[in-house]
Design a protein around this ligand. Sequence first.
Ligand code: ME8
Length: 646
Amino acid sequence: MEKFYITTPIYYPSDKLHIGHSYCTVATDTMARYKRLRGYDVMFLTGTDEHGQKLERIAKGQGLTPKEYIDKVVIGIKELWKTLDISYDKFIRTTDDYHVKTVQRIFKRLYDQGDIYKSTYEGWYCTPCESFFTEHQLVDGKCPDCGREVEKVKEESYFFRLSKYQDRIIKYMEENPEFLQPNTRQNEMINNFLKPGLEDLAVSRTSFQWGIPVEFDPGHVVYVWVDALSNYISALGYDTENDSLFQKYWPADVHVVGKEIVRFHSIIWPAMLMALDLPLPKQIFGHGWLVINGGKMSKSVGNVVDPNVLVEKYGVDAIRYFLLREIAFGQDGNFNNEALIQRINSDLANDLGNLVSRTVGMIQKYFDGTLPETQEPTEFDGDLVETARNVVPKVEAAMDKMMFSDALIELWNLIRRTNKYIDETQPWILIKEESKHAMLANALYHVAESIRIISVLLQPFMPNTPALIWKQLGIENGAWDSAKEWGKLPKTLSVQKGNVIFPRIDMKKELEELEAAIKASQATSIANQDKKEEKEEKAEISIDDFFKVQLKVGEIIASEKVKKSDKLLRNEVKIGDEVRVIFSGISKWYTPEEMVGKKVVVAYNLKPRKMMGEMSYGMLLCADDGADKLSLLTLDKDIPSGADIS
Ligand code: ME8
């Protein structure tokens, strides 16, 4: 069986994934379903990208550890994918142990073979995008990707020899025009990034800790994009004892990604794979954005639409249809409530829903639910059968290029042609004359058979509607190839009337309700955010909780700068009879000489943790103005070291 490996990006865990994120996943899911129906052995991977400074900060803001915060959010993400009927085969989290180990091995291997080396990084960092930029890449001093403020960073860093792979990547792209789709993205990458010259990439950080530690240099964590991109192979067991999935599925057939992350997937990822001597994915498909009034839908702008609100109102199939039909995959598309309701009314309720219900209704009414054996052709049959026969290769051709919208246009041509056939044959006239009943039976058979073919082809896009149609037509399932054959329904078809599959809705009333529902969900999301921030300032804890923290007086008897770090001091602190090593990130404010002799406040029962290859036993308390001032907490009377603080 031929294999097909398809991936979505792994999402940053965010409280609210919006309809823009859902768009990417729904499209990928549609492709995975389509390939399964075509008989492929499909591996569909999605997951979450859980490291980086941004998450560390958000979690801290909520008084949680990053993992505690992310665990909660991931539950919501998985629920959303369930709501949208996303049929992924594997969900990877970059905090999964196997992934962490694979990334560490990859990093070490690249270091050992000289593709990664140690130096000093000086430049600009955009935390929301988790991206480094050189001075000349900034636009008006801001992040070229999101337009937000960037931070100046100077730190010791490992570098990946990206520049070494530049020519090979250009050559690869030129020789494989299918590699980066749509085509325009390839020109953009070659002309804007590759030809001007690649710089080596800083691939480790020392200024925060929430990342995968570089095993042989624990003060460093792996740059989040190196960590994230590796998910596509770590999920398959790459470089482990059990790498059968990797052997079977790699290289990926397509990585589906949003246009702003095409750069990482078409330059950094290929370079990493080249360095690892692995084949490149067959395709990177960069889709466009869902925009609202011209701007990208995004949480920080506050214009996000919650997919749950939409699904609750109109059902998952209607929402999936709208996303796939309304926006040409690869281009940006406007998300618009009116267009959504319009599509539901015209394409789903009028064209499809009405076709099914009136056909079943007529078979019920004219023939008591079962068509008679005797049937006579009409002059309109040939054209309908021809249209149905042609639609399958057209849908397949569009799907093979991931042109979901085109595939649906083809499918709707058949739906409209079938409706037209009803108007041409006029069953309500034929029923009036006994001699025309054989013709009427044939006409209704033709319509039902066409509906069957439509329902088979609808499956990748709409996971639920086909089964509702089959129930009414009395069939069990719809193998893809059965759509290529006309006449699979029994001549004496028996139908069973069911509910209307897509009821028509009142545009004006619905529009008001929908706008109100979206506004309410945006307001709740902002209010929740505010509440969380408030809680973070004023959260109360019980006295019992407070007493869980053991504070003691310590006297600093020795202090020195840590060589590999520009922040840390290594202090030896006398607490009663014992002497503890406690690292503190305060060398910007205190010299070792200033430290020695100070009586300070020590968080005494903190779990020891490894810093710079050595254990640190506790923490020195400081006051921090959040900007650039810091003061160690000291005592204003002489109290012996080891004394309790309460
Ligand atoms: O980029 N319209 O994660 P992410 C369409 N963790 N797509 C949108 C969108 C919109 N309005 N907003 C977001 C990341 N997306 C990284 C990926 S992969 C190794 C690491 C899409 O959660 C966006 O384009 O910020 C991207 O493809 C996906 O959602 C995940 O974005």
